[in-house]
Ligand binder design. Sequence first.
Ligand code: 5GP
Ligand code: ZN
Length: 112
Amino acid sequence: MNNCIFCKIASREIPSEVIAENEYFFAIKDISPLYKIHLLIIAKAHIATVSDIPADEMEHFSAAFDLAKKIAQKLDVVASGYRLTVNNGSDAGQEVPHFHMHFLAGEPLRKL
Ligand code: 5GP
Ligand code: ZN
């Protein structure tokens, strides 16, 4: 956890422009965007994957969708659409083992 890049961004040890935030999550631009709009909605607490969310904290994770909803409104992509993706573990290609949701939008996305 000490060496976790997203913990360092969450604690402001590494400065980053925060696009939006709430009690449990904050959003920043992905450093290597795959689409015109590529944000990361990152948990403020260090939780590696969905499988690591403690039962008594699960309800906090609706705040990730609440932030996504607000970002979609702010960036005016509600009508055009957006994708929310969470990678968990190696087969999913998760690079940073700290829960985050990709917010992808701004152009047609490759179909999953
Ligand atoms: P994952 O593959 O774990 O779902 O996604 C990790 C994402 O974090 C990647 O899209 C990668 O480009 C992004 N990323 C990695 N390090 C940094 C960083 O230091 N700052 C920002 N803004 N994004 C990062
Ligand atoms: Zn972390």
